[in-house]
Design a protein around this ligand. Structure first.
Ligand code: PEP
Ligand code: MG
Length: 861
């Protein structure tokens, strides 16, 4: 791709500042720097100079904000806040300062042209692969960069680029008069802040009226109609927002938005025509994204990098780097009207394509596409693109640049949930560019057993990969809930994410071992290890194939104990895969998927149709439908949940249902109508007390009577709260069965928020404390002859089966992808051995120790 260049036009800094060449040499496009960290603009946009001088000088007057301890890189901040990183050479961090002489220290003030770092060209050029000096604007979310044409000689001090503060959409000061007629203050209720889903719903609400609506957070503001602008506010849970609406239906729209963001009873509305209030600057505890220089290394270097498991498994293969920039765009447009027409047409085609795909998809795929559609229609993105086209840019350049800025800004907010959504924006960029440039998706030609290394993978890039060649995926960014993680897990491809920019420095063709179970990737491991792992991977593949071949048989332990292995489902679309995988029924149908991402609850008939479709699809096999488990991380805006300090400890699960009994009644009626009677059972989430169970029982009994149904329905409780395990005997007296939700049980037992990425590793369902509560639950259930299943993620680990069966669990409800392996494992077990394993696990000191013990006993699993 060619650099953002001024196409030979003279630079004009207007109110901004000139960025001068910090060194003489050959000016190169940033996209041509042979390092994806720079060419992919991961650290920001800019340019590079292949130096002929040996002294790096200040490209503008400012303050030195950092000098790398290896003295090869320096950042400088201008008075207006623009910050520029200059990095001498590639791989030079490894020199640990050899050959560099810094002339400045952090905090020094410098004038344009002052020397910053000198270096010994002869020494350094012998030691590293390139001396090129990338010069990068690191806060592109606040400043716009225009770079002059590359591929020419340049003298130190010559103006190469201009930096200007961005438009006010991102940084207008609070209190700038908009003549707002109504002001509503609200606190963000969503535990993840304003991310894609709430942003999309707010934008939808904003567009439903005629009022012009602005939302402020501290000194930032965004148009309520722009999902991207809203995400860029960086609003976190509990932040105070000010909604300002101007227009005839201003009050109505503002209140609707306030209800979506924070619940209506907490929104305080000021008198109409009140002057807009300056919002209080929020105390946002967001860690800034590091702009630290990544370590680089050459071929043959052995490294181990840790990340977070996105999809478990083991793989051995060779590294293949994939960069997300596939398209070359020319910066300069032809005719303004023509470019606008082309971009309009491309956006229309993209929207139609996405719309058609939404109609043809379900569940998570449909959710992902709906977010993409809202980006295609985003007014802020479009406005930014129109402005650039009017300034003489091409349609492709304008669209690409408009999205790039927002992506950089989202990544720099330091909010992991929002950073994950940046890849959705990139996907939309790619889709529209493909239409504009008339190219189809770029399928990378992969070697066998490719382990993909990338900053991120867009869902459409993932779709382009030849998955028969992909052995594993390692991503610098993304998170375990990113769309690429969901897709990798659904295809059974081992993947780790959030592994840091170091993964981008792995050259192609290196031998790699990926142990996604342990969230570790080893580059250039010892040859003997590699051979062992390759052999283990082959054995594993053969074993999986054999397991799949035998998966349709019912499941018994080797000594004849019946263990039901059933599937967790999200809707009718999951049934076929579950049955193909060998599921003997459904142990957990998460009904909340029918309720999420909509503006009103599904009607009784709508729900009934879905439940009946699942029951029919299961062809008589058992179906356990869990009633709506909303609240906390599962947002159902129309339930109008109040804002709570700790929503995970508040109105969620069955408490929310009892607080909104009409939602519960409607759902119960829909479930009670499913035929044949007896196939379908009800499961209640988040039961903490006997009163919870009795209250729902009463509703069920009343609705049975109303429907004149006399055939009984089994009602089970989820054990997700320690209290439920502790009083399981009391609960089992009135519940027909118990199903342990280890995701929440681990959260509440270990006091670790399940959506906190920093503590994700410690949230371990194998922890002996969690296992001990499962033991208690089984003991209580046995006293009344009730059976106990596990439907939390622990059940999906084949290695957990011996422990759970040893504790007395007789049903495992797992993800479809793990069913064949679980069944194969169960068939090798006998009850005495399981009991011994469970007892040993309970006596261990940590979840890690339990996993280790199990991995030693079953090294091939
Ligand atoms: C659980 O908590 O383990 C569970 C199965 O419920 P969910 O993950 O849907 O909260
Ligand atoms: Mg749960």
């Amino acid at each position: 791709m060619k650099n953002a260049s001024g196409g030979g036009k003279p630079l004009d800094a207007k109110d901004g500042l000139y960025l001068r060449a910090p060194i003489g040499g050959w000016l190169v496009s940033i996209a041509d720097v042979p390092d994806p960290v720079f060419s992919g603009k991961i650290l920001g946009d800019g340019f590079a100079i292949d130096p002929t001088d040996a002294t790096l000088r200040a490209p503008f007057a400012g303050v030195v904000t950092s000098v790398h301890r290896a003295h090869h890189a320096v950042t400088l901040r201008a008075e207006d806040g623009a910050e520029v990183l200059m990095h001498i050479g590639l791989d030079t961090v490894a020199l640990k300062g050899e050959g560099f002489t810094p002339h400045v220290a952090e905090g020094d003030r410098v004038k344009t042209g002052d020397p910053l770092i000198s270096f010994d060209m002869d020494v350094i050029s012998q030691l590293v692969r390139s001396l090129v000096v990338p010069v990068v604007l690191t806060n592109g979310e606040r400043f716009a960069l225009a770079v002059s044409a590359a591929d020419r000689e340049i003298a130190a001090g010559e103006a190469v680029a201009t930096i200007a503060a961005q438009g006010e959409a991102l940084s207008a000061p609070a209190g700038a008069s908009d003549g707002a007629a109504i002001t509503v203050k609200v606190r963000v209720a969503d535990p993840n802040g304003i991310h894609a889903r709430p942003a999309g719903l707010v934008a939808e609400a904003a567009k439903s009226g005629t009022a012009e609506v602005i939302i402020r957070l501290g000194d930032r503001k965004a148009s309520a109609a722009s999902p991207v602008g809203l995400m860029l506010l960086g609003a976190q849970h509990n932040d105070e927002l000010t909604i300002e609406a101007k227009g005839a239906d201003g009050a109505e729209v503002a209140n609707r938005i306030a209800a979506l963001l924070g619940g209506p009873e907490l929104a305080q509305t000021s008198a109409p025509a009140a002057a807009p209030q300056a919002a209080v600057a929020p105390e946002v505890a967001v860690a800034p994204v590091s702009t630290a220089t990544p370590e680089l290394w050459g071929p043959g270097v052995a490294k181990t990098i840790d990340g977070t498991t996105a999809s478990p498994g083991l793989a051995a293969g060779v590294s293949v780097r994939i960069t997300s920039e596939d398209f070359e765009v020319s910066e300069t447009g032809a005719d303004v009207e023509q470019e606008i027409k082309e971009l309009r047409a491309a956006l229309k085609t993209a929207a139609a394509d996405i719309g058609a795909k939404i109609a043809a998809s379900k569940g998570q795929q449909a959710e992902i596409l709906t977010a993409h559609l809202s980006f295609v229609e985003d007014p802020d993105l479009r406005d930014a693109a129109w402005t650039m086209i009017r300034d003489g840019k091409s349609a492709a350049y304008a669209w690409k640049t408009a999205i790039d800025r927002q992506v950089a800004a989202l990544r720099k907010l330091g909010n992991p949930v929002l950073a994950e959504r940046a890849s959705d924006l990139e996907d939309v960029r790619r889709r529209v560019l493909a239409i504009l440039l008339g190219v189809s998706g770029s399928a990378t030609v992969l070697p066998d057993d490719a382990i993909i290394f990338a900053a991120d993978l867009l869902p459409s890039q993932f779709a382009d990969l030849d998955l028969t060649k992909v052995a594993g995926i390692v991503l610098a960014y993304a998170g375990p809930t990113a769309h690429v993680s969901i897709l990798a897990a659904s295809k059974g491809i081992p993947a780790i994410v959030a592994a840091g920019v170091g993964v981008l420095c792995v050259p192609d063709g290196q031998p790699v071992v990926l142990d996604a179970d342990q969230a570790t990737v080893r580059i250039n491991p010892p040859a003997t290890d590699l051979a062992d792992i390759r052999a283990a991977v082959v054995r594993r593949r053969e074993r999986l194939a054999a397991n799949r071949a035998a998966t349709q048989d019912d499941c018994y332990t080797a000594d004849g104990k019946r263990i039901e292995v059933v599937a967790n489902l999200g809707g009718p679309a999951d049934v076929a895969v579950a049955l193909e995988s060998g599921a003997e029924g459904c142990g957990l149908m998460r009904s909340e998927f029918l309720f999420l991402n909509r503006t009103s609850a599904p009607s009784e008939d709508e729900q009934y149709a879905q439940y009946q479709a699942i029951a029919d699809g299961l062809k008589g096999r058992p179906l356990i439908i869990r009633t709506l488990d909303a609240g906390a991380d599962k947002d159902v805006p129309y339930a109008n949940l109040p804002k709570e300090e700790n929503p995970a400890l508040g109105l969620r699960g069955v408490r929310m249902s009892l607080w909104q009994p009409e939602l519960l009644r409607t759902q119960i009626r829909a479930i009670l109508r499913v035929k044949p009677y007896g196939q379908c059972k009800i499961l209640l989430p988040m039961i903490a007390t006997l009163a919870d169970l009795r209250d729902v029982r009463r509703v069920i009994d009343e609705e049975m009577k109303a429907l004149a149904r006399t055939a009984p329905i089994e009602v089970g409780i989820m054990v997700e709260v320690p209290s439920a395990a502790l009083i399981s005997k009391t609960l089992a007296a009135e519940a027909d069965f118990l199903s342990v939700g280890t995701n929440d049980l681990a959260q509440y037992t270990l006091a670790i928020d399940r959506v906190n990425p920093r503590l994700a590793k410690q949230l371990d369902p194998f922890h002996p404390a969690v296992l001990r509560l499962i033991q208690l639950a089984v003991e209580g259930a046995k006293a009344h002859g009730r059976w106990v299943g596990v439907c939390g993620s622990l059940a999906s680990f084949p290695l957990a089966a011996p422990v759970l069966i040893g504790l007395g669990v007789t049903e495992l409800s797992a993800t479809s992808g793990s069913i064949a392996e679980i069944k194969a494992m169960v068939r090798t077990l006998d009850i005495d051995k399981c009991k011994a394993v469970a007892e040993a696990a309970l006596a261990l000191e940590s979840g890690e120790a339990v996993r280790r013990m199990l991995a030693q006993s079953w090294p091939e699993v």
